[in-house]
Design a protein around this ligand. Sequence first.
Ligand SMILES: N[C@@H](CCC[C@H](N)C(=O)O)C(=O)O
Length: 287
Amino acid sequence: MTMHATGFAKGHGTGNDFVLVADPAGDRPLLPGEVRALADRRFGVGGDGVIRAVPAGRAGDAALDDAPAGTWAMDYWNADGSASEMCGNGVRVFVRFLLEQGLAELPDGGSIDVATRAGVKRVVRHGDLLAVDLGPFALGGTRLVAADGLDVARPGLDVSTGNPHVVVALADEAELEALDLHRAPSLDPVAEHGANVEFVVPGVIADGIGSIRMRVHERGVGETLSCGTGAVAAALATRHWSGEAADRWIVDVPGGRLEVDVDARGHAWLTGPAEIVFRGEALSPAP
Ligand SMILES: N[C@@H](CCC[C@H](N)C(=O)O)C(=O)O
C-alpha cells in the first residue's frame, strides 16, 4: 500500500491520541487503509484517530471546503478508517499542531476558526488550555443500551454535538468500574449512523458547578481514555437530568479532566489540555 503521509506528529488531549499530518497543498488525501495503518498501535504510529490539516478549499471534501478562504480544515478520521464529523479533543490538538508547526498564531485570549465536517468551530486559547465552541446542541430521544458488565439494559439519551452520542447514567462508581467496553455496547433501536456511548456517574453540584465521572466507547475506535464531544454530551445529558442545575461541569475521564460550559447563547464549550508529544517520519509503507 502507498503511504501518502510521511512527516507526522503525535498528540493527545487527556489521553485521546491522534496522528497528525499537514497537507498545505491539499495533495495528500488520507485513504481509509492508510488511516488504519497509521493508527495501528503495533505496526503503525498508534492513535485513536488520524487528522489531516489542510486549507479549506483544498480538502477535496465539500463539508470541509465550505468555509471561508484562509481557514484551516480538520480532516478527522477514526482509527478504523471511518471519517467523523467532529472531534472535541481532536480539534484542540489540531490547533496545538498548527501552532507547533508555525502554520498559525494564537495569542493568549485569541481565537482561531477551524473548518470541520460539523461546520466551522472557534477555538480560544486560555494560557496552556484550549477551549472549543461546539455551538448549539440537540438532545434527542432515548434508546436502550446493553453492555458487558451491566446487569440489565439501561435507558440512554441521544445527544448530538455535531457527531452522535448516547449517554447512560449509572448508579455508582462500582457500576462504572464493572463495565467491560471491549465489545461495543448494543443499542435498541440501533443508531442509523452508529454512536459514541458514554456511561456517567453524576457527582455533586456545588456553587453552580457539577461534576461527573465518565467512560466512553467511541464509534470507530473502541474504549478510549477520553472523548471531548463525549464529555460535552455527558455533561449536557446530566445537566438536563438535573433540571439545568448548573452550566459548568467538570468531567473526569480515565485520561484526565475536562471542563464543559453552556454559555448564555446556549453554546456548549469544551476546555482542556492539548499536547503534541512526538514528531516523526514514516520510513516505509505499512503492511
Ligand atoms: N474523540 C473524539 C471523537 C472522535 C469521533 C468519534 N469517534 C465519532 O465517530 O463520532 C472527541 O474528542 O470528541
